[in-house]
Design a protein around this ligand. Structure first.
Ligand SMILES: [Zn+2]
Length: 147
């Protein structure tokens, strides 16, 4: 059984620690620990590639580069989780959303909404990165902009 870190929980937020064995994602998780979001892009033409894979989606040679984003975006869609369906100690209810970052609307980040308005969001609402810190790591949760 996978240990999802159930002993390290924050009320209402599922705790899925960053994977330790996927170095391609280090740029993302390192940015989250700094309190921001970063995504990989082609340094020549700017196309985003999420999730990161070897090479570039545009066919340009070389490696992708990680670019910091503003942390602002728009809710593409969401679902409200009322009961746990994984043995994760996820402590529902909570709202999972797909967020389109302002700088990369073709990318949809899976996240959890936190704070006021997170229980009844509206598709198209503006959101801002609001990281949630656990004992051992930080998750890139978002809050709904209230004005
Ligand atoms: Zn390119």
């Amino acid at each position: 059984m996978t240990d999802f870190g159930a002993s390290d929980t924050v009320a209402g937020i599922p705790n899925f620690p960053p994977p330790q064995d996927v170095p391609e994602l280090d740029g993302f998780w390192n940015a989250v620990e700094r309190g921001c979001i970063a995504l990989p892009a082609c340094p020549d033409c700017g196309v985003w590639q999420w999730y990161p894979l070897a090479g570039r989606p545009c066919g340009h040679p070389g490696e992708l580069e990680w670019r910091d984003l503003s942390g602002h975006g728009t809710i593409f869609t969401f679902t409200r989780v009322e009961r746990s369906f994984l043995p994760s100690g996820s402590n529902p209810p909570y709202t999972v959303a797909l967020v389109e970052p302002d700088e990369a609307p073709e990318v949809r980040l899976v996240t959890v909404l936190v704070g006021p308005g997170s229980a009844e969001p509206v598709i198209g609402s503006r959101v801002t990165l609001s990281p949630t810190e656990f004992e051992t790591h930080t998750l890139p949760t978002f809050s709904v902009d209230t004005r």
